[in-house]
Design a protein around this ligand. Structure first.
Ligand code: 5GW
Ligand code: MN
Length: 312
């Protein structure tokens, strides 16, 4: 994936990794980047020098022109088990309006109720595929098995055909642009509920017996389980690792505090994300709007837990 010969050196056999090598079209006109003016109300780079993506830190036209030349394909996975199918219509319709518009996008819906799939019209080069999964009354199982199903999907369908993948919660809607600015090797989203808190308050797994353990005094950010992604290879490694750790814990009779979100946070602590997305990329409708949040791109809808969760 992503490897081909540079057009400038067509006589040489130089293999280029386009995840790192960004070619912009010649003569593209765009606003001069400033080295002294920019966002000062938020931090836009991590201590390991990964960008933190906020509105007004990037030029979408420039980025699109770079990734258009690579003809990238993007997959999104989403789970809708049990009553969560009710969220699919808004999720898919708003993805059509905001998620990688103009690029090749394939959304894989995992559901136990394929008959209840909403009919959503997709633009050219965009598709939805349904994968049937077993029902479960135990929500922890639904949550836990997401990593496993994504791993299998990558092995069976995506390897060799997909460049980037994002794994998203279904109980959410797009409200603003989510596009090529989010692309990188390993991509994590900062959780909207904790981004102003000291790390001691993050709800990491604190029991040392769990493979998701993060000690007090450790950890960078608290990341969302409801949105993560990156290149297919990186996400494959992530889901495989989190699944193995989850299952190793289960064999010991331990389940991490926030299930796969805890394992994801452990993974990202060790394997630093190469790009971090600000809470613009997964807000919560019930959160009060804050000044540094200039746009909400994707947000969890308020839900009535009693209505939608199993065994209620
Ligand atoms: C059911 C009961 C408790 C927790 C989760 C579920 C559940 C989750 C479910 O019955 N069906 C289902 O498809 N899910 C998937 O897991 C959805 O994609 C959902 O977005 C994701 C995470 O669960 P959420 O969204 O309820 O978790 P929070 O932390 O965003 O509220
Ligand atoms: Mn959710």
């Amino acid at each position: 994936m992503l490897y081909f010969y540079s057009s400038y050196r067509s006589t040489e056999s130089v293999r280029i990794n386009h995840a790192l090598h960004l070619v912009a079209p010649d003569h593209l006109l765009y606003q001069q980047p400033s080295i002294v003016k920019g966002r000062t109300d938020v931090v836009t780079v991590t201590p390991w020098l990964a960008p933190i993506v906020w509105e007004k830190t990037f030029n979408p036209e420039l980025l699109d022109s770079i990734y258009r030349q690579q003809n990238i394909s993007v997959v999104a996975t989403v789970f809708a088990v049990g009553k969560y199918v009710m969220f699919l219509k808004d999720f898919l319709e708003t993805a059509e309006q905001h998620f990688f518009v103009g690029f090749r996008v394939h959304i894989y819906v995992f559901t136990d109720r394929p008959d209840e799939m909403p009919q959503v019209e997709m633009a050219t080069n965009r598709a939805v595929t349904v994968r049937t999964v077993p029902s479960s009354n135990r929500w922890q199982t639904i949550s836990a098995r997401r990593m496993e199903f994504i791993q299998t999907l990558i092995e069976e369908k995506l390897q060799g055909s997909t460049d980037y993948i994002f794994c998203l919660d279904v109980d959410s809607k797009f409200h603003g642009h989510w596009g090529t600015e989010s692309l990188s090797g390993l991509v994590a989203v900062i959780h909207p509920g904790y981004y102003r808190d000291p790390r001691s308050k993050f709800p990491y797994e604190r029991r040392a017996q769990s493979s998701a353990y993060i000690a007090v005094g450790e950890g960078d950010f608290y990341y969302c389980g409801g949105a993560f992604g990156g290149s297919l290879d990186e996400v494959y490694l992530l889901v495989k690792t989190c699944r193995l750790n989850f299952e190793a814990d289960a064999a010991e009779g331990i389940e991490a505090t926030w299930q796969e979100e805890s394992h994801l946070n452990r993974y990202m602590w060790i394997n630093k994300p190469s790009k971090v997305l600000s809470p613009e990329y997964l807000w919560q409708d019930f959160n009060p709007r804050r000044q540094e949040i200039r746009i909400i791109r994707f947000s969890g809808v308020d839900k009535n837990y009693a209505d939608i969760r199993p065994n209620n």
